[in-house]
Design a protein around this ligand. Structure first.
Ligand code: NAP
Length: 257
């Protein structure tokens, strides 16, 4: 095999949403290396995204930064067009971008909050899968690929009194994983997911639940919170050929919770 053929055989092009920090950034770090093109989406934290990109380039990856709101289908479409233009054929997508909302009981949930949670966590995931499937699906001339959706253990535990609406968005993500896993495998695309438990990232500041984390950690069978890199390991494995027979499956990465 010529070296250029070998390069293209080994090359992968992965788009990670919400990649400027937390689980998305940990996933990008784990993927980085020669032949691993990384398209990193985030919403607004340019400084964090630039710093991450510099570290990943130093490890041999080509990196494309894509500030965009995944809740906006036009921004999502433009983001994928930029990946086409810069990197060529997409091979993987990690739908990681997600938001929570301030902790509240049911009466504190209003329409703007609900709309934003569903727009980012559910609509954004679906918009990205649509764009990815057009590129990876054999029905449109693609060569297949892998998609990983980042859900939450909240989908099954419900988060009573904290954010049942967020939990419901992740329940919807789980349904997308099952349904689109079964639909898109016919086009060579494996769709799977992960359900993280409580992971040490900045997201908890947005819900105001940080103070409760030490007590929450004691209730987890493994006795501690999870780390972003521990979730990233599962995501990267699901993207890889090692997970070739997993379709529509969501793995709990939650320390036994
Ligand atoms: P995080 O530290 O808050 O990071 C979220 C990332 O998503 C940031 O890069 C943020 O960009 C980006 N983002 C937010 N809204 C976006 C939008 N509309 N469009 C594009 N990017 C957007 O979160 P995390 O804890 O790593 O969580 C990542 C995923 O794991 C989420 O889906 C979350 O629901 C899920 N999860 C987390 C936990 C946990 O305990 N941490 C548990 C279960 C599930 P900016 O920084 O630029 O705003």
């Amino acid at each position: 095999m010529q070296s250029s053929e070998a390069d293209s055989f080994l090359r992968s092009v992965t788009l990670v949403t919400g990649a400027a920090r937390g689980i998305g950034a940990a996933t990008a770090r784990l993927l980085a290396g020669p032949g691993q093109d990384l398209a990193l989406n985030y919403r607004s934290d340019h400084a964090a995204a630039e710093a991450l990109a510099e570290a990943l380039r130093a490890r041999g990856s080509r990196v494309l930064l894509l500030p965009a709101d995944v809740a906006d289908p036009q921004q999502v479409a433009r983001m994928f067009e930029r990946v086409d233009a810069e990197f060529g054929r997409l091979t993987g997508l990690v739908n990681n971008a997600g938001i929570v909302a301030p902790s509240t009981g049911v009466q504190g949930i209003d329409r703007p909050r609900l709309e934003r949670l569903f727009a980012v966590n559910v609509f954004g995931t679906l918009y990205c899968i649509q764009q990815a499937a057009r590129r990876m699906g054999t029905a449109s001339g693609g060569a297949g690929g892998a998609i990983v959706n980042v859900s939450s253990r909240a989908a099954q535990l419900g988060s009573p009194g904290v954010y049942v609406d967020y939990a419901a968005t992740k329940g919807a993500v789980d349904s997308l994983t099952v349904g689109l896993g079964r639909e898109l495998i016919a086009q060579g695309i494996r769709v799977n997911g992960v359900r993280p438990g409580i992971i040490e990232t900045d997201i908890h500041a947005d819900s105001g639940t940080e103070a409760a984390l030490p007590e929450a950690a004691r209730a987890i069978p493994i006795g501690r919170l999870g780390r972003a890199d521990e979730v990233a390991q599962a995501i990267v494995w699901l993207l890889s050929p090692a997970a070739s027979y997993l379709v529509g499956t969501t793995l709990d990465v939650a320390g036994g919770r």
